[in-house]
Ligand binder design. Sequence first.
Ligand code: ADP
Length: 422
Amino acid sequence: MSILIAVLLAVALGLTLKKLRDYRRAIHSLGLSVVAKEPYLPEDRPAALGVEWDRLCAQTSELITENSRLNRLRTGQLVQLEATLGSLREAVLVVDESNHILLANGALQAIFPRAQNILGQRLELVLHSREFLEYVEAVRAARAEPQHEIEFVDGIHSTWIEMTGAKIPPLDGGKGSWALFVLHDITRQKKLENVRKDFVANVSHELRTPLSVIKGYIETLVDGHRDMPIADRERFLLTVQRHTERLNSLLEDLLTLSRLESIHPGLRRESTVLGALLAGMVDDYRARPAAAGHQLTFSVDPAVGELLVDPLKITQVFENLIDNALKYTPKGTQIDLRARLREHEVEACVHDNGPGIPAEDLPHIFERFYRVDKGRSREKGGTGLGLSIVKHIVQLHGGRVWVESTPGKGTSFYLSLPVRTH
Ligand code: ADP
């Protein structure tokens, strides 16, 4: 009897152990599915696990399927978000509560070329600007102005950025606040604004001098015209006339420049034989008293032929260059006009063997109102705009201007013009 009981107990124990093994194996397989995020679809289940086990497996599989769907959706949205941010012209930057960079789009890297692979880095290591860090804190503290302009200086380069910041709750549910910034590169606008300010200041200065001279002399003439000696009156009137002419030239040059810089600069191109144009000009100049004492020569390679240019404007270019060569060189100076064909361009040059231009002035010589010797330029009726007009006209024709000069040996102003294409 006791043997029978022992056998029965052994069988029961064997069966229980087998069940336990089956349970363990089934739970292990379910666990593997969860880890692999794949629905658990067992082909056969140990009978002992019952329908509750089937329900648990089905619910787990549903959860796994739903989780995979949400993950795909999230990945898709992230890809979409990255593509959208990447295609924005504005730079976008997101930082977490301790200023680690979480997101930076392509436009940001275009503005700051050194900011490559910056995800995860601290902001202050990437963008070196105290003002920006203060702005980030102000955005987090919700006390920042909606738009803010900051200058980022990197060596000699400076980049002006207009930025908008917003505090955002962390997407990972953590504490602290993230911050999102939209950055817009306004360096170009800033530069143009500065150019405009300088220009207005320069024009005002240039106008003030002749106007105050004219005003002074006219007042003296009005006060003393009854008993003023005739010689003084004549001298005063001649001074007024000279300064009025100066004002007139200045306004003429300003109008010319503004027309050249407008959207419709009025270029009237026509087929023009450059050699004939230059020959006519040299003849004309030789007859002028201003050129007496200077020697004017010209040589144009016959291969230059016809160019499709605005003859009046190209004439103005050479006139400005010849006038300068006459104004800024002493009598006896040789002025030489040359033109030759160079690959797809015509290269022309007005050369003089006068005193030349110091090397430090050469990079600025085509800037508006730039003069090497201010007094001499004004005395000679210069406006400081002649070379700037030359540069504009040549550039409108698709060409370039440059200057070479050796003090004591002379100056050569060069210009290139594209040859006719049809
Ligand atoms: P400006 O009205 O003063 O002549 P420009 O723009 O025509 O203005 O010329 C700028 C300056 O360049 C002049 O003031 C002069 O100092 C210098 N310059 C121009 N041409 C010559 C030249 N051939 N030789 C020496 N200096 C020159």
